[in-house]
Design a binder for this molecule. Structure first.
Ligand SMILES: NCCCC[C@H](NC(=O)[C@@H](N)CC(=O)O)C(=O)O
Length: 448
């Protein structure tokens, strides 16, 4: 997941460079960024859930890592000099001219990568549930997310520097670097499959068979989950919150460049503290949640902090051009991005029957991916629409796009409040600690 998250954001600090080098407009960049989720939205994630439950974590993880490598190599080829001037590029340039051929092929590669990445996300959740069942699952999930966030910090640090390491600067170097890391990630997962097989042997064949059948994906379960009000509240909170974080991450470096009048590298150097804050706090909050609970309250606080930060980027940072305010907002956003993920993902097993868990995660990811696919496109359009005639990528006014992100936060907050109110009435246990021996929870059993 570390290398996957690095690949996801390798181009984020290079928006203005790719615009200069390959002619990708903000719209084209938005389409490219949204492409990661398109196939997942059109049902791949549901299929991924079925594959996961039928074939298990070893096969699915290896398949997902292979898909990531294949998608990365296509994207690398698309942005490389090798692709320039080929018949394929000429053909791709000949239709939907707003989107350069290199952006179209890179988007295709990113789509394939995205299938692998999301499939890996649900596989890792299921593997963690298997390895840490009855133990400190929130801490384990928090650590997994923390490692991924460190990858984002690292890539925001090195991506612009790798791009500048050649003359003229090139987006190819960082993308090639991350593609190589993904190959190492595939090898690492293959090593994990041997460890997992050993765990199965230790657990004993009977227990494994029982565990597998407990979590088997049944198509009728999808209907039960979709009929659940609670599922929709969690899924809406998830899609709204994450749509104001991950798409923002794609535009953040350019937003800081435009607001503060700084270089790509300086902007990335400021923004990289966002995932660091999240990486430091998420496992601590997971540890706290395991012992003390307060999950629903953490979701509400996380949404409030995010709204404050996005409004600060919209109005205060451009007016003051203060680096101190910018850094403070970045750190507070990092705190928000610890509170919500640390509370959200370990809450799912509290409200979903174990039988539904794999499908529940894949369906929440599916709803989330709809937002992650379309919000970057929407933001690209809002940037273009609110900046008529602006061609210099350093001169965009980000007020309206940041207000859009803040509005998503307001909606997420409303769902967080509804969730907490429902928890108070129905006692789902969302405010309770995870580790509690006589814990009696109320779960969706297919009739909710
Ligand atoms: N085991 C993974 C838990 C989810 C972590 C979560 N990631 C996602 O929700 C992804 N679907 C997002 C993406 O597609 O980029 C996170 O907080 O990173």
């Amino acid at each position: 997941m570390l290398f996957a998250y690095m690949f996801v954001d390798v181009m984020s600090p290079l928006q203005s460079l790719i615009q200069k080098q390959r002619g990708w407009s903000p719209d084209a960049f938005g389409y490219y960024a949204g492409a990661e989720y398109i196939l997942n939205v059109f049902g791949f994630l549901i299929l991924a859930g079925i594959i996961l439950d039928k074939m298990g974590v070893r096969f699915t993880g290896t398949l997902s890592a292979s898909l990531m490598v294949a998608g990365a190599l296509i994207k690398l080829y698309a942005i490389s000099e090798l692709f320039q001037g080929t018949a394929l590029e000429l053909w791709l340039n000949s239709w939907w001219t707003e989107m350069p051929g290199s952006a179209k092929l890179a988007a295709l590669g990113f789509m394939i990568f995205g299938c692998g990445c999301e499939m890996a996300g649900i596989t890792v959740s299921k593997a963690l549930a298997k390895w840490f069942e009855g133990k400190e699952m929130a801490l384990a999930m928090g650590l997994e997310m923390a490692i991924a966030r460190i990858g984002v910090f690292f890539i925001f640090t090195i991506s612009p520097r790798l791009a500048d390491s050649v003359v003229p600067a090139s987006v190819v170097v960082p993308v090639a670097f991350c593609s190589a890391l993904l190959c190492i990630g595939l090898l690492a997962y293959i090593v994990f499959t041997f460890m997992d097989a050993k765990l199965d042997r230790e657990m004993g064949a009977n227990k494994v068979a029982e565990a597998e059948s407990d979590e088997e994906f049944k198509l009728s379960d999808v209907g039960s989950i979709f009929k659940s009000k609670l599922f929709w509240i969690i899924a809406m909170l998830c899609v709204l919150y994450y749509s104001a974080i991950f798409p923002f991450q794609r535009y953040a470096a350019n937003m800081l460049q435009c607001n503060l009048g700084i270089s790509e590298t300086q902007a990335s150097d400021i923004f990289r503290w966002f995932p660091v804050g999240a990486a430091a706090l998420t496992p601590l909050l997971g540890y706290y949640l395991d012992r003390k609970g307060k999950g629903a309250s953490m979701l509400i606080l996380g949404a409030i902090l995010m709204i404050v930060c996005h409004l600060t980027f919209a109005f205060v940072v451009p007016a003051t051009k203060s680096e101190l305010i910018t850094y403070s907002a970045i750190v507070v956003l990092g705190i928000s991005f610890s509170l919500v993920p640390a509370a959200l993902w370990p809450s799912v097993p509290k409200i979903m029957d174990k039988r539904f868990l794999g499908s529940a995660y894949s369906l929440i990811f599916w709803v989330q991916n709809i937002g992650l696919a379309f919000v970057p496109i929407l933001i690209g359009k809002v940037i273009t629409w609110s900046n008529p005639g602006v061609t210099d990528p350093m001169q965009y006014d980000y007020t309206l796009p940041m207000c859009c992100f803040a509005s998503l936060g307001v909606l997420a907050l409303i769902f967080g409040i509804i969730l907490k109110a429902m928890n108070t009435v129905h006692h789902y246990g969302l405010e309770d600690p995870n580790i509690k021996e006589d814990f009696e929870d109320v779960r969706i059993d297919g009739e909710a």
